[in-house]
Design a protein around this ligand. Structure first.
Ligand code: DGL
Length: 275
């Protein structure tokens, strides 16, 4: 198949954390062609205002549709929280009426509702995601009786990026972040950030075996598979050559190193700029 005929599933993140989610998607759905974009030059998004996250995300969407994405998944929770609804409701109808953009919040929320027995769900995420209230909104849309306890964890992204997940300091930081959620009796915990899946074992040790953990890298691929089954017209358009292309707005050794670690095999990436 010639290059211009390729039609990709796009996966977007503020940086390389989303590669962890892409890895799960490729494992579940290996046949398709994928285009990953990390806006590393402007990451992190988690501490930015919703307006800025929306502007950056719109630019990413423009790039990905211009480069033959048929469908885009926002692997980034902050972009899913601050930009997804507006992009779906305002931007796509105006500029891309035939294209689709999906996020990671609804799949995680749906899974959490299935798992919880006592209707108390904890969410850990970036400040941006927590402040947006998007997880609470989506959870309560499915079941208004759900109690949601959120805690922003600003130190966890830098910890994962520094490879410090097993340090003593990380254990103390995690204990502090998880304590309020544990104390309020939540029986289910959403890891509402691309990076937190990397800390799942450490989190499990702190919360014990009684609390269900919702990890997006496990949930999102299954939900995407189901979505493609239900949307045959979109599924048919996506090319199936098992190609995975990586683009990044800043190309550092760290992107390649951590990206390869998150993806589970060596990646190559191309630098682009977003306008
Ligand atoms: N990708 C972001 C998220 O899932 C975390 C990193 C950032 O703050 O940009 O919210």
């Amino acid at each position: 198949m010639s290059k211009h005929k390729r039609k990709f599933i796009g996966v977007f993140d503020s940086g390389f954390g989303g590669i962890n989610i892409l890895r799960g998607i490729v494992k579940e759905l290996p046949a398709y062609d994928y285009l990953y974009l990390g806006d590393t030059a402007r990451a992190p998004y988690g501490t930015r205002s919703p307006e800025v996250v929306y502007e950056f995300t719109k630019q990413a969407v423009d790039f990905m549709f211009a480069n033959n994405c048929e469908l885009i998944i926002f692997a980034c929770n902050t972009a899913s929280s601050d930009a997804l609804r507006k992009i779906q409701q305002e931007y796509l109808p105006k500029y891309y009426p035939n294209k689709k953009v999906l996020g990671v919040l609804i799949p995680a929320a749906e899974e959490a509702i299935i798992k919880t027995k006592n209707k108390k769900i904890g969410v850990i995420a970036t400040e941006g995601t927590v402040c947006s209230g998007a997880f609470a909104r989506e959870l309560m849309k499915i079941n208004p009786k759900i109690k949601v306890f959120q805690n922003p964890c600003p130190l966890l992204v830098p910890i994962v990026e520094a490879g410090e997940q097993n340090s003593k300091a990380t254990k103390i930081i995690l204990e502090n972040y998880l304590k309020p959620i544990k104390n309020r009796g939540a029986d289910t915990l959403i890891l509402g950030c691309t990076h937190y899946g990397i800390l799942e074992n450490q989190i499990r040790k702190i919360i014990g075996s009684g609390m269900a953990i919702i990890s997006e890298a496990k949930v999102v691929p299954k939900k995407l598979k189901d979505y493609l089954k239900r949307h045959a017209a979109i599924e048919k358009k996506i090319s199936k050559n098992r190609i995975v292309r990586f683009f990044s707005t800043d190309l550092t050794d760290k992107f390649i190193l951590l990206g390869s670690k998150f993806f589970g095999r060596k990646i190559k990436a191309q630098k682009i700029s977003l306008k």
